[in-house]
Design a protein around this ligand. Structure first.
Ligand code: AKB
Length: 317
């Protein structure tokens, strides 16, 4: 990777990935692609180049790629699972029509492409515990349908045209920088904001509902490590199971209470979020990622909780 374009640079993953990549590859070599209304601000805007880059606008993507001589595209544009259920056609337009645009530009300009998949690419018939890398993928959500299609289309472009496509199946991502919007796993971020603000947390997911989660620093390292991995070692491409922790609401509550004994949580289950969460696996088996490109996360629930509470306390002070 020498010249990188992030599409969706102001979103939950993009805002941190852009800064991390600028630190590693040089500020001028990482272009923050954004859409009107979601312009980069502060350090993200000041530290390097940015460009309007709407994933639904193929000529605009091609223009940015040519102008900046891009060799790698991180395609992070997507609607998350809950909002996608409410706007299925828009989810498809961004996730799949957008992906076609990115892949075509990549094919014409010799770019590598990273497009995240998700634990949402699995469904109720998938083995729930330690879900294998290669298994049944029959999701019931439009988000999942678009993620399975993302994996297949990305593999298709690799097999047919040799485009260097790679991806991981992200679990719920937890970060203290840019909040997520419209995901099923968002509760595991929101709970920290409530704890730091001294508010009671109303949990929309039922006790006992396990989902894989990950702290953002591990997620960013994973994406970069995969894109830097030796291609000759990759048996899989789109997308790798990656995992670092799996918990259910009462466990994250207990982890926070260890540091904030006064913190309170009650349940008010959201039927849509619960239906989605119940259709997803409890935990993924990430042994292929460990074997093929040395995936090795560092944070567990306790170390993430300590760091989240400390960083959020400073940020919200
Ligand atoms: C969501 O909840 O929609 C996402 C995901 C797990 O892909 N965070």
């Amino acid at each position: 990777m020498k010249k990188i374009l992030i599409i969706g640079a102001t979103g939950q993953i993009g805002s941190e990935l852009t800064m991390k990549l600028r630190g590693l590859y040089g500020n001028d070599n990482v272009v923050a692609g954004y859409i009107t209304g979601a312009e980069p601000k502060g350090i993200l805007a000041e530290s390097g180049p940015s460009a309007i880059c709407d994933v639904t606008d193929a000529p605009a993507i091609a223009e940015v790629v040519k102008t900046h001589q891009i060799d790698t595209i991180f395609n992070l544009a997507a609607l998350l699972s809950v909002v996608a259920e409410r706007k299925p056609m828009l989810a498809w337009k961004i996730g799949i029509d957008g992906l076609w645009n990115v892949l075509e530009v990549a094919r014409e300009n010799g770019c590598a492409v990273f497009t995240p998949s998700s634990i949402g690419s699995f469904g109720p018939e998938t083995p729930r515990a330690r879900t294998p890398q290669d298994t049944i993928q029959r999701p019931r959500t439009i988000y999942g349908v678009s993620k399975v299609t993302t994996e297949l289309l990305s593999d298709y472009y690799f097999n047919k045209y040799g485009v260097d496509t790679r991806s991981v199946r992200f679990p719920g991502l937890i970060s203290n920088v840019t909040p997520p919007g419209g995901g099923t796993t968002d509760y595991a971020v929101d709970i920290y904001y409530s704890a730091v603000r001294g508010e009671k947390f109303v949990c929309p997911i039922a006790e006992g509902t396990f989902m894989d989660m990950m702290y953002m620093p591990d997620a960013l390292n994973g994406a970069i490590q995969l894109m830097e991995a030796d291609a000759s070692r990759l048996v899989h491409r789109n997308g790798f199971n990656i995992a670092s922790m799996s918990f259910e609401p009462s466990q994250i509550y207990a982890a926070i209470k260890k540091y904030k004994p006064e913190f309170e949580m009650v349940y008010d289950v959201d039927p849509l979020k619960q239906a989605i969460a119940s259709s997803w696996p409890d935990s993924l088996d990430d042994s292929c990622a460990r074997m093929e490109w040395d995936w090795n996360p560092t944070y567990d629930l306790d170390s993430m909780t300590r760091d989240m509470l400390e960083k959020l306390a400073k940020r919200l002070a």
